[in-house]
Design a protein around this ligand. Structure first.
Ligand code: NAP
Length: 485
């Protein structure tokens, strides 16, 4: 007879994957969980990023929980605040709010005597299982440019937008042309006094249309909820079979996606000088592919300038480029990305025998199937190292990961298992297999990107999204160090 334990589960982070994990726990009948959230609201990246032009670049029908379609998405690629509202709604509807400790930052997690002791800024508490749902691109990265703090006007990172500042009357300097910089440009080009885009590397832009959904569509999908499955499956299929394959395998998907990017540039930018500036020196999809509809149009609007001279330094009046040209500005925005290696850190994590996560990850973050790491029993990660996070919807990935974690949590709850962590050997083998598969990916063809780790290899999942789904279908017990009793 199974003797169920009243397991205490801690989820760290109330963003998309923390909400997903909590809902799956509820569905498994486990309600003794606490979600620690250092901010004052749910939503993670959609709460933190509020810059003008913020949209999702994966169709909303597929960027939704499978268990909670949203019939009233306004667009194929909805604006950020709408996505944030969606996560707030799901958290509210599912009764998660009483489980969330807002404004509570977990600073340390120590595995001690078979349990995890969490230290927060409000005290200490012990849990049986910890699930980190802290996101991937969370810690802003500021550029290492001399004089960065000398600028006299307002300046901030794209993920810390200061909405108290009016924009139309400003000469704005934008450093960075990744997905964020491109979306900001699309929104501000032609709408402000001046926009100077400081471009270190040009980006290929995949032409992504963004149609609005009609009231009729919204009404039909609200009236017959089962209909929502159709676009969810359609967009899932498109994204998995096209953008899920193009970067990892040579084939027609890659050739076609690359051609679409090249044609997009050729057809959208007629001025040869500007086109030359905007032509990257690497293959499309080598960096995380930017998907956007309006960038090229905005970049050609009056008052917008693309500056390709390298930045020499920043001074009080603006940005000085090589050769000594001063670009005078009223506002400076750093769209310079995130520390993609932070994962759960700066939280300090100490596993069995005093093993520190920082030491285990000294050569770069590694995990077993992105979910768990040797030496850290009963600690699971959402969107951990090498998750398939390229141009895919992270929501189905989070759902697969949560289902996998739930399987282990049920074993723990039912007393079949006391502690489980992947073995060192299985983790090494998994990571060696991934490394061996990297050379066929587009990510190693000669560009710099946040995908690349210390060893120059991408820290991404190098196989198809379906492969990842299959890997998480059922735990392979021989890959785990499982303790019973
Ligand atoms: P990013 O892709 O890392 O781009 C950072 C940009 O800053 C690059 O253009 C980089 O130039 C430039 N940069 C960095 N340091 C610089 C320096 N010292 N001097 C000059 N330029 C510098 O960051 P991101 O645009 O914030 O995007 C990060 C990721 O967030 C995306 O790849 C995507 O996964 C996610 N995202 C998703 C969406 C969405 O709609 N789903 C929207 C925004 C972001 P180099 O290219 O030369 O390095």
């Amino acid at each position: 007879m199974i003797e169920r334990r009243a397991l205490k589960v801690a989820i760290i982070g109330a963003g998309m994957s923390g909400i997903c994990m909590a809902v799956k726990l509820q569905d498994a009948g486990i309600t003794s969980f606490t979600i620690f959230e250092k901010a004052a609201d749910v939503g993670g990246t959609w709460r933190d990023n509020t810059y003008p032009g913020l949209t999702c670049d994966v169709p909303s029908r597929y960027y939704s929980f499978s268990f909670r379609p949203n019939p009233t998405w306004s667009h194929l690629l909805p604006p950020g605040p709408e996505i944030q509202r969606y996560f707030q709604q799901v958290a509210g509807e599912r009764g998660l709010l009483p489980h969330i400790r807002f404004g509570c930052d977990v600073t340390k997690a120590v595995y001690d005597d078979g349990r995890w002791r969490l230290t927060t800024d409000q005290g200490e508490e012990t849990f049986d299982v910890v699930v980190t749902a802290t996101g991937v691109l969370r810690v802003p990265r500021y550029p290492d440019i001399p004089g960065r703090d000398m600028f006299a006007g307002p300046s901030f990172h794209s993920a810390r937008w200061d909405h108290s500042i009016t924009l139309p009357d400003k000469r704005i300097g934008l450093i960075g042309t990744g997905s964020t910089g491109v979306q900001i440009t699309a929104a501000l080009g032609g709408a402000v006094r001046g926009l100077k885009i400081f471009q270190r590397s040009a980006q290929w832009i995949y032409p992504m249309p963004n149609p609005r959904y009609s009231k009729l569509t919204q009404a039909a999908l609200s009236r017959w909820p089962a209909l929502n499955r159709v676009p969810y499956r359609f967009w899932g299929k498109v994204f998995r079979s096209y953008f899920g394959r193009a970067p990892i395998l040579p084939g027609w998907q890659r050739r076609l996606a690359q051609a679409e990017c090249r044609w997009n540039l050729r057809l959208s930018v007629r001025d040869p000088e500007l086109r030359a500036k905007l032509t990257p020196g690497y293959q499309p999809m080598c960096k995380r592919q930017v998907m956007a509809g309006h960038f090229y149009r905005s970049v050609q609007k009056p008052g917008v300038e693309v500056i390709t001279d390298p930045i020499d330094h920043i001074e009080s009046r603006g940005v000085v480029t090589a050769g000594g040209t001063l670009h005078e500005l009223d506002l400076l925005v750093f769209a310079t990305g995130f520390d993609a290696r932070a994962y759960v850190r700066p939280m300090e994590v100490i596993g069995e025998g005093g093993l520190r996560l920082d030491d285990a990850w000294a050569d770069g973050p590694i995990a077993y199937r992105s979910i768990a790491a040797p030496g850290f029993p009963n600690l699971f990660m959402m969107m951990g190292p090498h998750s398939p996070i390229g141009n895919q919807s992270l929501i189905p990935i989070a759902e697969d990961q949560a289902d996998y974690v739930i399987w282990w949590i049920k074993q723990l709850r039912d007393g079949r298992v006391r502690a489980a962590a992947p073995t060192e050997e299985a983790t090494k083998r998994y990571n060696a297999d991934m490394k061996a598969a990297m050379p066929q990916t587009i990510w190693v063809t000669g560009c710099k990107s946040w995908y690349l780790g210390k060893d120059g290899l991408p820290e991404l999942f190098p196989w198809t999204p379906e492969t990842y789904h299959d890997l998480l279908r059922a735990p392979q017990l021989t890959d785990f160090d499982v303790r019973t009793a």
